[in-house]
Design a protein around this ligand. Structure first.
Ligand code: ADP
Ligand code: ADP
Ligand code: MG
Length: 544
């Protein structure tokens, strides 16, 4: 078993299968009488990294649990307990048989990194290095530590870790264990872009010749790390179907196009398109009324010092902010709205109000979703308001109104807190990593809501996010933070999207190309032909 948590969890056996065509039409698992149904399972192969992409509530985590033996599939039979012998009986003559037979006979070992890491943090005790030494079955801790940039957190107590550090600890623990199957659920939440790409590299490097299955919503990460993808589609909370296996590029494009050619199935009624916009639809010449303006700013907070170039933001403008964690992003915004006095520099006008969603989301509200939203604004819940139509309903919060905030899933809580933050009238909005735990569709709904509200209220929104695709979609301009986290931060003035992301990628040493079909950004492998050409041209974020 796993000995990193106090709680006992199964780190058991597995190998995998080929799901026959007709099999995918059968129900694999159902929760309760009228509960969610899962159809089909992805096909894993030794030595291949399989990605799972799809909407929330479509059964991705359920798949991970079945694969890791934590859930025994019931084939829709909810009235009685199904034993493993019966499961094997069902799979007899099918390729599934070998897989489940190995799984239930504990001939293979599996490691499962769970999705919502907040819930683990309470179960972990001790400091990072001690915890990792306990699970070091491969003698590869040094490699893991280096690949995941864990030097500065190595001797910290788990109770003091930031979200990103906790995520890295759990990924490191999974990779330190010797297993046949590595099932990694949403590794990118809370990690900054460099950490994501590094975690992806670490996973790839340390799971060679194993069975690997990864769920993630960051298309850049999934693209970088996986060989094949399966798309999970259906209706959130009702049913989920697992698609055939596609090569990664084709699979992600199919997902964005909302259509699966091999099974001739439409999976959504819209397409997600990326386009390169160096000029935003906010006409910077016409809409030139400045909402806020700042001179060069400096600020020291004990060991940390921040330096910001002078700049301004216009009414209705969305400023994307990119940079690592602990580099001074929040400090900067708090200076802008007067919550922190700068050492040098001034902001005009003063007295602007702020509505803020922090990075790490904690369900510490006692009461229902309805009660929570009522505390924020009286008319948010009035069904005739556009906020209700455009935000509450689109984020499907209207179905959760009577649920306790404490019972929400990570994605549901994220959506609630975003809605609450946007419902408040404010001059300045700061949304810190709204995309974590949201699926791709929800990210675009949120991005659209941010845009509408910012434009309509003539506010300014600072959007901190590690999903570059989101900035690409919604940011009018970008501020890039660089330096040494916890020590020194430098912020640029607002730059055009193209230029800002270019500065950022150059700083972290990565180049991105564009997918020819969908325009989505794709990370180049370091040292590849395109990587070298783009570096030479100083084109870290390609427009082509
Ligand atoms: P995803 O990981 O794709 O977001 P999950 O596999 O976590 O989806 O959940 C799929 C659906 O099954 C959700 O609607 C969820 O509410 C439901 N579900 C998950 N676990 C349980 C459970 N233990 N009992 C009943 N329903 C569940
Ligand atoms: P980011 O938003 O980029 O993650 P923050 O602005 O929250 O970064 O923090 C930047 C650095 O300043 C961090 O190292 C943080 O620990 C430190 N810091 C933030 N607020 C204070 C404070 N009030 N006193 C001392 N240090 C602080
Ligand atoms: Mg999940």
């Amino acid at each position: 078993g796993c000995n990193i948590c106090v709680k006992k969890c199964p780190f058991e056996a597995i190998s995998i299968l080929n799901v026959p065509d007709n099999f995918s039409k059968e129900v694999i698992h159902r929760y309760g009488k009228n509960g969610f149904e899962l159809f089909g399972l992805p096909i894993l192969k030794e030595g291949q990294v399989i990605g799972i992409i799809g909407k929330n509530g479509a059964g991705k985590t359920t798949i991970m649990k079945i694969i890791s033996g934590e859930i025994i599939p019931n084939f829709g039979q909810v009235e009685r307990q199904i034993g493993v012998d019966e499961v094997l009986q069902r799979f007899k003559g099918k390729e599934m048989y070998t897989y489940f037979s190995k799984l239930y006979n504990k001939n293979l070992k599996i490691v499962h990194k769970i999705q919502y890491i907040e819930y683990v943090s309470r179960l972990l005790k001790g400091n990072v290095s001690d915890i990792l030494r306990k699970v070091d079955e491969r003698g590869k801790l040094d490699e893991v530590k280096e690949l995941l940039y864990m030097e500065t957190m190595w001797n910290k107590d788990v109770s003091t870790l930031s979200g990103g550090e906790l995520q890295k600890l759990l990924i490191a623990a999974a990779l330190a264990k010797e297993a046949n199957v590595y099932a990694i659920d949403e590794p990118s939440s809370y990690l900054d872009i460099r950490e994501r790409i590094n975690a992806a590299k670490a996973i790839k490097e340390l799971t060679k010749n194993k069975y690997v299955i990864i769920v993630d919503h960051d298309l850049i990460v999934l693209d970088f790390i996986t060989d094949y993808v399966s798309i999970v589609y259906g209706e959130s909370g009702v049913y989920g179907k697992v698609s055939k296996v596609y090569s990664t590029r084709t699979g992600i494009n199919n997902f964005l196009n909302g259509y699966l050619p091999a099974e001739n199935t439409r999976i959504s009624d819209y397409k997600i398109q990326f386009y390169i916009k160096d000029i935003t639809d906010l006409d910077l010449l016409k809409n030139s009324i400045e909402k806020i303006k700042w001179s060069e700013i400096t600020k020291r907070l004990s060991d940390f010092s921040l330096q910001v170039q002078q700049g301004s933001a216009r009414e209705g403008e969305i400023i994307g902010i990119v940079g690592p964690n602990g580099i001074g992003k929040t400090t900067f915004i708090r200076i802008l709205v007067g919550e922190i006095e700068p050492d040098t520099g001034h902001i005009s006008p003063g007295g602007l109000t702020l509505s803020y969603k922090p990075q790490r989301i904690v369900p510490d509200y006692d009461g229902t979703v309805r009660e929570y939203l009522e505390t924020v604004s009286k008319d948010v819940l009035s069904t005739s308001s556009w906020f209700y139509t455009e935000v509450t309903r689109k984020l499907k919060l209207h179905k959760l109104l009577d649920n306790q905030v404490k019972s929400l899933s990570g994605g549901e809580l994220q959506k609630l807190l975003i809605a609450g933050t946007l419902a408040k009238e404010a001059h300045v909005y700061l949304l810190d990593e709204p995309s974590s735990y949201l699926d791709v569709e929800e990210r675009y709904i949120v991005a659209k809501a941010i845009k509408r509200i910012t434009r309509e209220r003539k506010s300014v929104t600072f959007l901190v996010d590690h999903d570059l695709a989101i900035h690409d979609y919604v940011a009018d301009r970008v501020i890039t933070f660089s330096g040494t986290p916890g020590k020194q931060g430098y912020a640029t003035q607002p730059l055009s999207l193209q230029k800002g992301i270019n500065v950022f990628l150059k700083d972290i040493g990565l180049t991105f190309r564009r997918d020819a079909e969908t325009g989505r950004p794709r990370a180049n492998k370091i040292g590849s032909y395109l990587d070298r050409v783009q570096r030479e041209r100083n084109e870290y974020y390609s427009t082509e």
